[in-house]
Design a protein around this ligand. Structure first.
Ligand SMILES: [Zn+2]
Length: 138
């Protein structure tokens, strides 16, 4: 449990005297030429959330395996998941189709057509707004 009024990241930073940040800065600087402050700024622009699941704190700086360019900060499950799918949109789309076709109960809630269309538009607006506001480093 994080200390009162602190995020988990801040509580960890205080508890270890900044060792995690220093260690991450060294790793990021050596590997991607980005500073800890840049990553903190990027995470702040991501509203403190992984840009894939919008559910967990982004603890890993994701990069393109082809170019080496830094992309965004992701949580561990999303970062490793994307790696497991080999950064291949075709594989990810087929995995999505597979899940939709095989996971029972995925579409159990019946929603009227007009309401569903409005929910989809609202989701698209939310995503467009979210991704318009996030920024990368490097
Ligand atoms: Zn995630």
């Amino acid at each position: 449990m994080a200390e009162q009024g602190k995020t988990v990241r801040e509580a960890i930073f205080v508890r270890d005297g900044g060792a995690v940040a220093r260690s991450r800065t060294y790793h990021l600087t050596q590997r991607y030429q980005v500073r800890h402050e840049d990553v903190e700024r990027m995470i702040s622009a991501q509203h403190g959330l992984c840009v894939v699941c919008w559910d967990r704190p982004p603890e890993h700086v994701d990069h393109c395996h082809r170019t080496g360019d830094v992309r965004y900060a992701l949580c561990l499950p999303c970062n490793t998941g994307i790696g497991q799918f080999r950064d291949d949109p075709g594989v990810v789309r087929r995995a999505l189709s597979y899940i939709e076709a095989t996971v029972e109960g995925y579409d159990e809630v019946e929603v009227p057509e007009a309401e569903l269309a409005e929910l989809i538009r609202a989701e698209e607006r939310l995503r467009a707004d979210f991704y318009a506001k996030v920024s990368r480093v490097g």
